[in-house]
Design a binder for this molecule. Structure first.
Ligand SMILES: [Zn+2]
Length: 230
């Protein structure tokens, strides 16, 4: 058995992991062109994906390093236009080590419909929450408000690992970028299953007891909406 990758121990390793994840997002059709973005925490800095250039034209060293304290960039190409989203989450959620942001199609459709995705199957273990929540209010891409909306949605279900950005896409977080990537892929899986189930007459949402059974099976506690947040 091969070892699962841990957090990168250097900027170069993080740049390689960011690049690998970006090309994987395109290959797995979670984004197209230069869409989506990725970040990995390395101490008090972030390695973020370069922006505006299709990933096939980039190399690992093109992904810039950003200082968390003041947002200044160090080396590499121009950072993703979603820097405020990454800085907003990494600056306020100390336990987050990696972020994967995709525009995957079924999940984006739920985000456009402004519908939370319910708990229906095993793949909900990735997002680790009773529902995959849509951010509110709507915030424009690239704005600081988008980061604030994402942090607020994560805060409504403390411990959750994915939210839908209204009219936009998916934000998944994790201890490693590989974890966050899997969460983003699982969000898309669940979104497609729920959509297809609705064409068949509607999904059956698992009860809290049924969810808890799955959680025990995988050693996971699912995040629940905190009181007063619906
Ligand atoms: Zn986006």
């Amino acid at each position: 058995m091969r070892n699962r990758p841990g957090p990168p121990d250097s900027v170069a390793a993080a740049q390689a992991a960011v690049h690998r994840t970006c090309t994987r997002m395109v290959a797995d059709r979670l984004v197209t062109g230069s869409a989506g973005n990725v970040s990995i925490r390395v101490g008090d800095r972030l390695v973020v994906s370069a922006g505006g250039v299709p990933y096939e034209y980039l190399e690992p060293g093109d992904h810039p390093v950003i200082h968390l304290d003041d947002g200044r960039a160090e080396g590499g190409a121009k950072p993703t236009s979603e820097m405020p989203l990454h800085l907003g989450i990494m600056g306020t959620m100390a336990g987050v080590s990696a972020i994967v942001h995709t525009h995957s199609r079924y999940a984006a459709a739920f985000a456009v419909a402004r519908q939370d995705i319910p708990f229906v199957c095993n793949e909900n273990i990735g997002p680790r929450s009773e529902r995959i929540l849509v951010t509110e209010p709507y915030a424009s891409p690239g704005s600081p408000e988008l980061g604030e909306a994402a942090v607020k949605a994560f805060g409504r279900q403390p411990g959750s690992r994915a939210v839908l950005l209204a009219n936009h896409g998916v934000v998944a977080i994790g201890d490693t970028v590989e974890d966050a990537y899997l969460v983003a892929a699982q969000v898309e899986w669940v979104a497609e299953i729920v959509y297809v189930a609705r064409t068949l007459g509607g999904e059956h949402v698992l009860t809290p007891e049924e969810q808890a059974w799955i959680g025990r099976n995988y050693g996971i506690d699912f995040a629940r909406p905190s009181p007063g947040t619906r």
